[in-house]
Design a protein around this ligand. Structure first.
Ligand SMILES: O=C(O)CCC(=O)C(=O)O
Length: 309
């Protein structure tokens, strides 16, 4: 049996989820394997303006939905046998098991790219300026939609994609190269999960250098601390489905490439997550999760809080 990464990692993970709604791993996943995977991902395309449709091409038939990776069009399907450095890493397995039980299931996994400003055509920059969710899938050539591309995304909960589902899952995020302040690091609002599910966009007011007051009417308000997730190759973090997080547009001149997993409990009772969820003062699921979109899936609200972070 392999040694535990840290004494009582399981206990630390559960108490971190109760307190902060997130756990940042002390130990990375294997940096060499991460670097090798990154090189293989970079071989598959140029991360520049060749990713995108032309303006006239886009306008001829705008498609705002169904533009994310899906079974049969997901780059990670090609690299399945290389993912053991994450999926079988003893500390990752131990931490997820503590929260979700031994029969946990990967709901979804994909490569996420923070696209640098230099790669985005001018016509597209003008269109997306100030939008809260700049998932660029709509503008990406269909053959490249096996990755999710972001140019920043406002503070949101990952519950946003799961109407009427209980917050019984977590997100695991892994950096495949060093991520500095300039590489669109994740911004996480510690403790924001405590107010449970909340409709996007969220009611956040800056209350200090790293602090935000967050309201989830009628469930109350809480003070949260902003944590910027910079990290080295193989840095890993995971958070609750109700934890607010977001990214600013990528200010570096190169892309940020990460792995994003959603992991849910199986059929067993998930003792750790139940203990976490018992501490929340708000709904565990939502009928509607967002009110920022028009009927065709395009942005109907132009406002963005994470840009003020
Ligand atoms: O990687 C990013 O830029 C944003 C990712 C994110 O917030 C998400 O996938 O939920």
């Amino acid at each position: 049996m392999m040694a535990k990464a840290r004494p009582d990692l399981a206990g630390a993970v559960i108490s971190d989820f109760i307190e902060a709604g997130a756990h940042l791993f002390d130990a990375p996943v294997d940096p060499r394997a991460a670097t090798d995977l990154l090189a293989a991902i970079r071989q598959t395309r140029r991360f520049d303006d060749s990713l995108f449709l032309g303006e006239a091409e886009f306008d001829a038939d705008p498609q705002y939905t169904g533009v994310n990776p899906r079974p049969g069009r997901n780059l990670l399907e090609r690299f399945e046998e290389r993912l053991g450095f994450v999926e079988q890493a003893p500390h990752i397995v131990e931490a997820i098991t503590a929260l979700l039980g031994a029969d946990y299931e990967i709901l979804n996994k994909k490569v996420v790219c923070g696209v640098p400003a230099s790669a985005i055509p001018d016509w597209l920059k003008t269109r997306i300026h100030g939008n809260p969710v700049n998932n660029l899938g709509a503008y990406v050539r269909p053959e490249h939609r096996d990755i999710t591309y972001f140019y920043g995304i406002d503070f949101h909960q990952d519950l946003i994609d799961y109407k009427e589902r209980e917050a019984d899952f977590l997100t695991l995020y892994v950096y495949l190269h060093p991520v500095t302040r300039a590489d669109a690091p994740l911004y996480l609002l510690e403790g924001s999960h405590r107010l449970g599910g909340s409709v996007f966009p969220h009611d956040l007011t800056r209350s200090g250098d790293d602090a935000w007051t967050y309201r989830n009417d009628p469930h109350g308000e809480t003070e949260t601390r902003q944590r910027i997730l910079t990290g080295d190759t193989g840095f890993a973090a995971m958070w609750h489905a109700c934890t607010l997080h977001g990214t600013q547009p990528d200010a570096a001149d190169h892309e940020r490439i990460s792995l994003r997993y959603l992991v849910a409990r199986g059929k067993d009772r998930a003792v750790g997550m139940e203990a976490v969820n018992a501490t929340l003062n708000g709904p565990l699921s939502l009928i509607d999760t967002r009110k920022d979109l028009a009927a065709d899936g395009s942005a109907a609200i132009r406002a963005n809080t994470v840009l003020k972070a």
